[in-house]
Design a protein around this ligand. Structure first.
Ligand code: AMP
Ligand code: MG
Length: 453
């Protein structure tokens, strides 16, 4: 079910670099951007897409989905002043002289009914209290049981306290976490364990979430066969559609695998047109400079607008990003009120590692936006490099690596690979080491940026 885009502007001529970068052009010339500019170009487009239609699902099915309704507090949180410790509820002022002896006037369990709670703690009194139990009126602090000694006596128990506490210690006041009616979760949030717990706290057994966008996956290449077929001696199996299907699912989309497209104009165009019926089209292969790399040409013939046709990264340099109308008309000038203004597409380089990296860097934020998720910036973790790395400068590199070590001693090491076609080496990797374009040599022991995978 296609979704419409809120804003679309088309142009064929590049007036300024900024205009080219953000509004898109036909690639009469190539548009190769730095990694950061390419990422921002996608983010800028992603900010314009509309959220999908919502659907109701039960609470546990909502994990990993994107929230389509705000969630409010149905009562104050906590709903009563809550003790954060096992100990004694008392008046902090009674501990101005130490040690203090206070008369124990009751015991309050978690879940104690109102009639089981001492009505008031007067000066010189304390009530034994458990974590999660309501603090009675009059008391303004809880002293941890570890700092007390109970002295039973026939005239009633007395508790001796050796240390003082400030007023408010170990008491969470009613409504301190949230006031009744206040918003706890916003639309666009990807629901994780804490968000589901919060929804449970306010009594939600089901949630409105956005429908998953459909993402068409189109592998191109005469050398490719489907995984069920027996490959000839010079053929290989299509694996990119499968890595992408996994990445699409993880990012909140519904993958739609199209048949493999040959390196032939007409057949490729028909399959691209089919893919543009989905909410997002991901094409792999056929985007570099070889004679049979036809993806960009076919999209140009379809009047697609291009945001970039390359990024200064490795692997993945020939990555293409743009938008195209589903009936071959990219020009929103031809739009009618009922016609879809265009589907975003990415042409990802066919080398399996390039495909995975460029999805993570560029296609993912667009997919998340189409899934209704609020935008988030790409941030990297950091670890110490185990063995030195030497590369040619000029490109930002994302090299398959293994992060290991324990606690504060995260270490990272490249996996030995045969280049961006080496899927076997990459299957061993749990992250990418990110090398800035200016660096040629990074010594062992240096802190480096890491992108998990
Ligand atoms: P291309 O980007 O079309 O020049 O392809 C680059 C390399 O990736 C070539 O070695 C292709 O055989 C390989 N390749 C392209 N598409 C796929 C795919 N779907 N699955 C596995 N390998 C692929
Ligand atoms: Mg190819």
């Amino acid at each position: 079910m296609p979704r419409s885009l809120s804003n679309s502007t088309h142009c064929n001529l590049s007036r300024t670099f900024f205009y080219d970068l953000y509004m898109g052009v036909s690639p009469a010339h190539s548009i190769v951007l730095s990694f950061e500019d390419a990422r921002r170009a996608v983010e800028r487009q992603a900010a314009q897409v509309q959220a999908p239609a919502p659907e109701q699902v039960d609470l546990l099915s909502a994990v990993g989905r994107v929230l389509a309704e705000p969630v409010f507090a149905d009562r104050d949180l906590p709903p009563f002043p809550r003790s954060a410790r096992d100990g004694y509820a008392l008046r902090a002022a009674d501990l101005s002289r130490l040690p203090a002896s206070l008369k124990v006037v009751g015991e309050i369990k978690a879940g104690a009914r109102p009639e089981e709670i001492p009505s008031h703690i007067a000066p010189g009194q304390a009530a034994s209290i458990m974590t999660g139990a309501p603090v009675p009126t009059g008391a303004d602090a809880v002293v941890m049981v570890e700092h007390t000694t109970l002295r039973p006596s026939t005239r009633g128990d007395v508790v001796e306290i050796a240390g003082s506490v400030a007023a408010g210690a170990n008491v969470v006041p009613r409504g301190a976490e949230a006031r009744q009616g206040s918003q706890l979760l916003d639309r666009g949030l990807r629901l994780n364990d804490a968000a589901i717990a919060l929804a449970a706290t306010v009594g939600k057994s089901g949630l409105n979430v956005y429908q998953r966008p459909r993402v068409a996956l189109l592998a191109t290449g005469d050398e490719l066969v489907e995984i069920g077929a027996a490959p000839g001696p010079t053929q290989i199996r299509n694996s990119n559609s499968y890595s992408l299907a996994v990445q699409v699912r993880e990012a909140g989309g519904e993958p739609v695998l199209l048949p493999i497209a040959p390196d032939e104009r007409q057949a490729l165009r028909r399959l691209i047109e089919e893919g543009l019926q989905s909410d997002l089209l991901l094409i792999t292969g056929g985007v570099s400079v070889g004679r049979y790399d036809l993806v960009e040409q076919v999209l140009s013939e379809m009047h697609a607008e291009f945001f970039f046709t390359g990024a200064q990264i490795q692997p993945g340099r020939p990555v293409v990003s743009g938008r195209c109308g589903s009936r071959g008309a990219g020009a929103p000038a031809r739009e009618t009120a009922t016609e879809k203004p265009g589907t975003y597409f990415f042409g990802l380089p066919g080398n399996p590692v390039s495909t995975m990296v460029t999805f993570a860097l560029f296609a993912r934020p667009m997919l998340e936006a189409l899934a209704g998720q609020s935008p988030r910036k790409l941030t990297f973790l950091h670890a110490r490099l185990k063995s030195e790395i030497r590369v040619k400068p000029g490109l930002r590199r994302f090299l398959p690596a293994i992060i290991s070590g324990e606690f504060d001693n995260a270490e990272v090491e490249r996996v030995a690979w045969q280049g961006s076609g080496d899927i076997a080496a990459t299957a061993l990797a749990n992250c990418y080491v990110v090398i800035p374009p200016a660096r040629e040599h990074i010594a062992a022991g240096e802190w480096v940026a890491v992108m998990p995978r």
